[in-house]
Design a protein around this ligand. Structure first.
Ligand SMILES: [Fe+2]
Length: 464
């Protein structure tokens, strides 16, 4: 085993990825253009922001979570950012140094640290969601972490003891019922659990799904009647992981299949349908129509190198695909729908599980670096039309989240929000595009008085 870090530390500690240490609360930010009157709520962006230098390998999945928020209303904006104060981070602060290994080079912490904070840090750095009035920061290897609306860490949240195991960073909220559907996967048995929380936030359905191998499942899709899982061969090797070696491998000979489970079903009810090997990281959406299930997702040909924790130079380019399942025949048909590679797929979340027409994707400048996004494309999947906007030669953008116009009638009545950072000035801003006219570019830009490090998922919580 090599003693060199698998991934050079500095790559994710330099430039626009460099962590920031201060926690700010800045009101009345400068706005270029005009914030729409209907845009009232809270924009968030979660991501890794390691407080302490790593003691060995570092992967962006390891960094302490930091949520950056913009509170928007009456044409004004306030910025606030806070560390997610996990038990692991508090243990490190007490000792003044990093105490945990990396997903790319696992190592148990010292016994006293493990007694305080467990064998790995629940950094909650991937996504930030709201359900039943609770704000939850999520990372897929651990339970949620509850924060306040002002981003104070309240602590780990396990649904009053009802949640067994970890929770995905990508739960789905049904726009009609208010239920939150989600899952948790694990390299240890049971490999997959599926849960439904009702609109009040109580877990009302929880089942184990059998998988032949422990595989990485970052996201899933829901329809009105089903949930959809991709069992793709990005396989965990726990023994290798415990030795500090790369713990996820792409094993194409195992094949890929799609599991369709009735929303209140159990393992015996799942129908598995084989498809050609592919690897989804995220989904736009899915819906069902009789015996058909239609799935829209950017798909990689195989697990991207950066997720295998050992080969960051092999990043594949994900392309938009439409996968159509025929439940009666047990067959899948898949077609690529565009040549533009992109990720961070989003829709108007009011269409989650229902037939959607518009889908948005972040466009990358290059795939040499996981975070080099610079634009957005809007697809009309009914007409096949697409329009895009590129933020600029030196701009690095992120996920574009859809914020619905409360006075809107159509699916694309709303705005796309993303953070944009200028590589030359290292200034960040919130860019607001009109989703009805994406190519028209930003209608408002909120200047943030600091650089926001590049990170993972954005979200939007409209005011009630
Ligand atoms: Fe994600």
């Amino acid at each position: 085993m090599s003693t060199e870090p698998n991934i050079p530390v500095n790559r994710f500690f330099e430039g626009l990825m460099a962590p920031v240490m201060d926690e700010r609360n800045d009101a009345d930010l400068e706005v270029v253009g005009e914030l729409p009157a209907g845009l009232q709520g809270m924009f968030t962006r979660n991501g890794p922001n390691p407080q302490f230098a790593p003691q060995g390998a570092y992967h962006p999945f390891d960094g302490d979570g930091m949520v950056h928020a913009l509170y928007i209303g009456d044409g004004k904006a306030r910025y606030r950012n806070r560390f997610i104060e996990s038990a692991g981070l508090l243990a490190e602060r007490k000792r003044g140094h990093a105490c945990f290994g990396s997903v790319s080079e696992f190592r148990l912490p010292a016994e006293d640290v493990m007694a305080e904070a467990g064998m790995m840090k629940n950094n909650a750095n991937t996504h930030f969601v709201r359900h039943a009035g609770k704000y939850l920061a999520l990372m897929e290897a651990a339970p949620p972490t509850e924060l306040s609306r002002e981003l104070e860490t309240i602590g780990e949240y396990n649904f009053a003891g009802a949640l067994q195991g970890p929770m995905t960073a990508h739960p789905k909220v049904d726009p009609k019922t208010g239920e939150m559907l989600f899952f948790g996967y694990s390299p240890m048995p049971p490999y997959l659990r599926y849960h439904v929380a009702d609109a009040s936030g109580a877990i009302v359905h929880s089942v184990e799904i059998e998988l032949p191998k422990p595989v990485m499942i970052h996201d899933f899709a829901i329809t009105e009647n089903y949930v959809v899982f991709f069992d793709a061969p990005g396989v965990f090797d726990v023994e290798a992981m415990m030795k500090g070696e790369p713990g996820v491998r792409w094993e194409p000979e195992l094949g890929t299949r799609v599991g369709v489970l009735p929303r209140r079903g159990s393992n015996a009810d799942i129908q598995w349908i084989e498809i050609d090997n592919c690897f989804p990281v995220h989904f736009w959406n899915a819906w069902d129509d009789g015996d058909k299930v239609e799935i829209y997702a950017p798909l990689f040909e195989k697990m991207p190198g950066g997720l295998q924790f050992d080969n960051p130079s092999q990043i594949e380019e994900p392309k938009p695909w439409h996968v159509s399942l025929d439940l009666k025949k047990g067959e899948a048909k898949a077609e690529q729908t565009d040549d533009r590679s992109g990720e961070f797929p989003r829709i108007n979340d009011d269409r989650a599980g229902l037939r959607h027409r518009y889908q948005y994707n972040a466009l990358a400048r290059t795939w040499e670096f996981e975070f080099d996004f610079h634009g957005v494309v809007k697809y009309d999947i009914e007409t096949g039309a697409a329009e895009e906007y590129i933020h600029g030669d030196h701009a690095v953008s992120g996920e574009h989240v859809f914020a619905a116009d409360p006075d809107g009638k159509n699916e694309d009545d709303g705005w796309l929000l993303t953070l944009v950072t200028d590589q030359q000035t290292e200034r960040s801003e919130l860019s607001v595009l009109d989703a009805r006219d994406v190519k028209g570019g930003p209608i408002a830009r909120v200047r943030i008085p600091r650089r926001v490090p590049l990170g993972f998922h954005a979200n939007w919580f409209p005011d009630a």
